[in-house]
Design a protein around this ligand. Structure first.
Ligand SMILES: [Zn+2]
Length: 407
């Protein structure tokens, strides 16, 4: 027996009584986030909206049972609940804030889509009502900022005019005579939603009574998704919350930058320019420091019996950039080798060509023994150990090999 859909004629019915026609236990459905056994209920009539047409299902209570999901099964509507109602005659109530939110978003979508179509020739090819944001996909050329703003403004104008939103019934032919653009494949009597003098759409969803109840439409981002343009928007209570959130965010960032909200853009640009200049400056200082420390270290290193100066060091708390700068000086100094590392396991082996060793070979041997990746040339090689705790051992190993081989 088909379920009577009370929401078709009165989308504002929040409570109703019904009779349980069928009740069976269903296995968990992990895909729907249902991890325990649930009960599937068919009622003789229902005001619960099932997931369909882009609008998510309602939640609420059927007797003492909590509604977990509502599904459209052709003629019947299946309610998934967490327990079997104790009585076959049930008092039901819909979680109204959720439903009203869905009605604001859905009616707002009809209106916004109509404005994109009518004013800018951009048809809506799909609609999704999400838990935070809703989206429509527009087909056609990329909508410029003025088009997004123009559609938003036109939709809000119709909201301010508080026009009636009517439910109409008719055959596909009758509806197309009335101006329905969309091709409808279903047979028989169809339901359509009319926003007076603005839009007529075949739709089984729940809608507000007048455009004023949409409150406000705010268009957000527009991004390309495959061949279409996905426009994010919010209506009603969501628009209120997001506007408040944006304001607080703006104010907090303005406080951080010690400026008025209107000066945020110039203050942020200035901060970025300063940051870049400081970065450049700090890098130059780092280079000078590394070079100076490198010179001191070289002066303190005594040449061995072959006349080779071999300097080794594991740096603590210095970046790999510092080590790179540090290596420049030994590489310029006759018969000098530097085995440098930082405590994160980065290795840098550099030599002056006159030292006559092979840094690429040496670092390869170190990685073979301790594990890690890297490489380079005869005079300059770098890489990183897989295990930073091996850094000291790896440097000691390289030093050992240089002394042992005498080259
Ligand atoms: Zn709709």
């Amino acid at each position: 027996m088909p379920t009577r859909r009370l929401y078709y004629d009165d989308a504002f019915q929040k409570e109703f009584t019904a009779r349980v026609m069928h009740c069976e236990i269903l296995p968990p459905d992990v895909n729907s986030g249902i991890t325990a056994n649930v009960w599937g209920l068919l009622l003789d009539r229902t005001a619960f909206y099932p997931t369909s047409g882009g609008q998510p299902n309602d939640l609420g209570k059927i007797g003492d049972a909590n509604v977990l999901d509502v599904r459209d099964e052709g003629d019947e509507i299946l309610h998934l609940v967490d327990r079997k109602p104790s009585d076959p005659d049930v008092f039901c109530c819909i979680h109204w804030p959720r439903r009203f939110d869905h009605m604001q978003q859905h009616t707002g979508q009809h209106l916004l889509s109509a404005m994109f179509q009518e004013r800018f020739g951009l048809p809506t090819v799909s609609f999704h009502l999400g838990s935070e944001l809703s989206t429509i996909d527009l087909r056609g050329p990329e909508p410029a900022e003025e088009i997004l703003e123009g559609a938003e403004r036109a939709a809000n104008q119709i909201i301010f005019e508080d026009r009636p939103v009517n439910v109409r019934y008719g055959t596909a032919d009758q509806l197309s005579e009335l101006g329905v653009r969309k091709e409808v494949e279903r047979e028989g009597l169809l339901r359509a939603i009319e926003i007076e003098s603005a839009d007529l759409q075949p739709c089984g969803g729940t809608h507000v009574k007048r455009t004023g109840q949409i409150g406000l439409v705010l268009v957000r981002r527009c991004t390309k998704v495959r061949q279409d343009w996905r426009v994010e928007f919010v209506c009603g209570g969501r628009a209120e919350r997001i506007a408040r959130h944006d304001f607080l965010l703006t104010r907090r960032v303005a406080d951080l930058l010690s400026c008025a909200p209107d000066d945020l853009e110039s203050a942020a640009s200035k901060a970025i320019v300063e940051r870049d200049a400081h970065f450049k400056n700090a890098r130059a200082h780092l280079q000078r420091l590394a070079e100076a420390e490198s010179l001191l270290a070289l002066q303190a290193t005594t040449p061995d019996s072959r006349g080779l100066r071999i300097f080794s060091c594991v740096f603590r708390g210095m970046s790999s950039e510092y080590i790179g700068f540090f290596a420049t000086e030994p590489a310029k100094t006759e018969k000098t080798i530097a085995l440098l590392a930082s405590e994160d396991g980065s290795l840098l082996f550099a030599q002056n060509p006159s030292a006559g060793s092979d840094m690429a070979q040496l670092i390869k041997q170190a990685f073979e023994k301790f594990g890690g990746k890297g490489g380079g040339t005869r005079d300059f090689a770098r890489g990183k150990l897989a295990d930073p705790s091996q850094t000291n051992a790896a440097v000691a190993f390289a030093l050992e090999r240089l002394s042992a081989h005498g080259n």
